[in-house]
Write a protein that binds this ligand. Structure first.
Ligand code: FES
Length: 96
């Protein structure tokens, strides 16, 4: 029997937006499926077009080194096209 992935929610800070965010789905895809207009281009973690910041929650990546520096990560930057939620998350648009 297939295991159903965990379902979390993703909110956009300062916007009245909340979407379903499945644990096995990149956040960008969940945002788009929820009707959120979020910038994207490469969708593979290199171009940084989709960059945002985490206000709360955490994510993980399945690629070795998404296009983020250690400083970016410390500042809470994430690349939603390749980021998977570990729980409920609150996102902010843009870089720091
Ligand atoms: S769309 Fe290019 S890094 Fe996310």
């Amino acid at each position: 029997m297939p295991i159903t992935p965990e379902l979390y929610n993703a909110q956009i800070d300062n916007e009245d937006i909340q979407v379903d965010a499945w644990a096995d789905t990149p956040l960008l895809q969940s945002l788009e499926e929820g009707g959120v207009d979020w910038p994207s281009s490469c969708r593979n973690g290199t171009c940084r077009t989709c960059v945002g910041r985490l206000k709360s929650g955490s994510v993980h990546y399945e690629i070795e080194w998404p296009g983020l520096s250690a400083e970016d990560k410390e500042a809470g930057c994430i690349l939603p096209c390749v980021a998977y939620p570990d729980g409920n998350v609150v996102l902010m648009r843009g870089e720091y």
